[in-house]
Design a protein around this ligand. Sequence first.
Ligand SMILES: NC(=O)c1ccc[n+]([C@@H]2O[C@H](COP(=O)([O-])OP(=O)(O)OC[C@H]3O[C@@H](n4cnc5c(N)ncnc54)[C@H](OP(=O)(O)O)[C@@H]3O)[C@@H](O)[C@H]2O)c1
Length: 219
Amino acid sequence: MKIGIIGAGNIGGNLTRRLTAVGHDVSVANSRGPQTLTALAEETGATPVTVEEAARGAQVVVVTIPLKAVPNLPSGFLAEAAENVAVIDTGNYYPQQRDGKITEIEEGLTESRWTERQIDHPVIKAFNGTYAHDILDKPQPKGTPGRVALPVSGDDEAAKKVVRDLIDEIGFDTVDTGGQDESWRQQPGTPVYGLAADAETVRKALDSASQERTPDWRA
Ligand SMILES: NC(=O)c1ccc[n+]([C@@H]2O[C@H](COP(=O)([O-])OP(=O)(O)OC[C@H]3O[C@@H](n4cnc5c(N)ncnc54)[C@H](OP(=O)(O)O)[C@@H]3O)[C@@H](O)[C@H]2O)c1
């Protein structure tokens, strides 16, 4: 598949490594420009590009930048993506350490719903609770007992299937968290956040989550 990755940090870098390793055609962008991505490109075979170029023709686009930077993405950057593009959002709201106060989220809007509104496109929330190094260290073949499962949420069932199949391909099971209004179940501070466990354990963690945002995760 043609995959565009926007953000080349901890998560974007390791998704670039893993998705190229299984044979996808990956373009990767950051905020400073493609000339700053030559080392990652040489290591992985990915193509360093601008944000708009990353989305052009892509069947999957991954948005993996700090939440506070999402409103800075160029407007209409998904305009030339493939029809029915699946947009993966790996983002988390870190009000105290990084993002500052985002009022709509403080008032109860899910983090991915907020991102959807910023980029004017539905997203599939995935990888947000996965440590970046686990993307390289924890993949296992399908059917392996105890294979790590990632929660995935989103309203677009077809896009969600594309993303779940892709995650399976790179070495992980998935658990459907539900639509984006349920995605608080996998946000920071919940039992599943940072949990690297099998599907049954992930399912239980999602079921036991509380919608209340704890003080650590408030501005
Ligand atoms: N780190 C983890 O283990 C982890 C795990 C799960 C989820 N997440 C979440 O995933 C997101 C990314 O995390 P990260 O740790 O990978 O971040 P990071 O290491 O800080 O990297 C951020 C990347 O985003 C790029 N970026 C920032 N603003 C941009 C813009 N306007 N246009 C294009 N690219 C832009 C940066 O490019 P420049 O360097 O050129 O500025 C950089 O490549 C965050 O929301 C984070 O909470 C992180």
